[in-house]
Design a protein around this ligand. Structure first.
Ligand code: 5GP
Length: 238
């Protein structure tokens, strides 16, 4: 697969054209940002870990019927993915109170929720990804009613599958963010699923093993990403 021109560079990934117009190369960087990129840093080998973790998780989801953009792993930092028309909506699923929800609703971080919460955020850095709802999405014509139904259904299914998978890795899936896109007439799960986009706590100690270690200056950041990769690989071999 020939690597072509850079199409897009985001905070944590780059996308490159290939000789097939329907396929792109997604490259994972070590750059880390938080709080609308006002905090910046590098996490050594984060890109390698996130590429491998996402590969495993997309594989798990595909075998359980969730269509994703993942095609195949190319090398340590790159995967081949289907080209998507990204829907500018970030879907957050929460199982435990943390982060933005603890802050906005004044709730205690760590409280288990009675049932999972699905939130939509408008994917717009300049506006700080504001929380909005399905009425906004329909009125702004970002997605159709049918597309949104599919997105919500897939998101809850992803939660069910990953809750069980991470539990078997000794990890609590606190919350995570998903992005979807259109490919031909289908909705596919895009982006990545990694400690950059999920909150993962050790099941017994509640130690944070995700990007909150960078956001909150908790130290042992590289070790946390390596630990998640190790557990995901061990679980995938079973
Ligand atoms: P919160 O809304 O509490 O800040 O984030 C909820 C979950 O979604 C966390 O797991 C967080 O990592 C993920 N998330 C939300 N927005 C973003 C984003 O813009 N970038 C990344 N990497 N993760 C996000």
């Amino acid at each position: 697969m020939k690597k072509g021109k850079l199409i897009y560079e985001g905070k944590a990934k780059k996308l490159y054209q290939t000789d097939n117009p329907g396929l792109v190369i997604q490259e994972f960087k070590d750059d880390a940002t938080a709080f609308d990129a006002t905090k910046r840093g590098t996490i050594t080998d984060k890109g390698v870990c996130n590429n491998k973790i996402s590969t495993h998780l997309f594989g798990v989801l595909e075998t359980q019927g969730i269509p994703t953009h993942f095609v195949r792993l190319l090398n340590e930092r790159e995967m081949l993915v289907q080209r998507l028309e990204i829907i500018p909506v970030e879907v957050t699923i929460r199982n435990v109170v943390a982060g933005g929800m603890a802050k906005s609703l004044g709730l205690q971080e760590g409280k288990e929720l009675h049932s999972p919460i699905l939130e939509y955020h408008y994917k717009n850095d300049a506006l700080h990804d504001p929380l909005f709802n399905e009425y906004h999405i329909l009125a702004m014509e970002l997605a159709t009613e049918e597309e949104l139904k599919t997105i919500a259904k897939y998101s809850f299914e992803v939660n069910r599958i990953l809750l069980e998978f991470f539990d078997q890795c000794g990890l609590k899936l606190v919350d995570f963010k998903l992005e979807f896109g259109r490919h031909k007439d289908k909705i596919l799960l895009g982006d990545e699923i990694s400690p950059d986009t999920c909150r993962l706590w050790d099941k017994t100690t509640n130690k944070k093993l995700d990007k909150d270690r960078f956001r909150r200056d908790l130290g042992d950041i590289e070790e946390a990403y390596q630990e998640v990769l190790k557990r995901v690989c061990e679980r995938s071999r079973v």
